[in-house]
Design a protein around this ligand. Sequence first.
Ligand SMILES: [Zn+2]
Ligand SMILES: [Zn+2]
Length: 165
Amino acid sequence: MRNTRATLEERGIRLTKQRKILLEIIDQSGAHLDAEKLYQLATERDPKLNRVTVYRTLKLLKESGLVDELDLMHFEGDQHYYETRMKQEHAHVICLQCGRIEEYFGEPLRAMRQQIQESLGFEIVAARTEVGGYCPHCQAMRREGASPPVAATANSPVAAPSHAD
Ligand SMILES: [Zn+2]
Ligand SMILES: [Zn+2]
């Protein structure tokens, strides 16, 4: 919670107990948690918190620029995920098969921001990059499941379903 308190004060936002709890959970998790999961974790710390308060608090934290709201390619529908803004800018790379999420930190992101600013004359305040694809594990699974080839005859054995793990 290094800069958080100062940022809140600058923006005239009181660090109420529920805001503090949610910010701490989001800051410390390092993961991408959805509102329902955050609600569960928050009630572990304060059983009196209710769902409406938690959702309202998330909205406020988002609007005040303290957390980022992500949809992660809508892999799990309309859910939104939250993460701290204190992290260095990164792209989210989502496996469309298993839902694994990787974070890509790299110079190309900064370069892209720079190029957009230069070519469109925008002053960028927020950028969100999402990339969807298949992780190495799911690529292998898909290759195994890809046989038989199109030209298979009626006698060729049906491809056994790939073993799940
Ligand atoms: Zn995968
Ligand atoms: Zn992230």
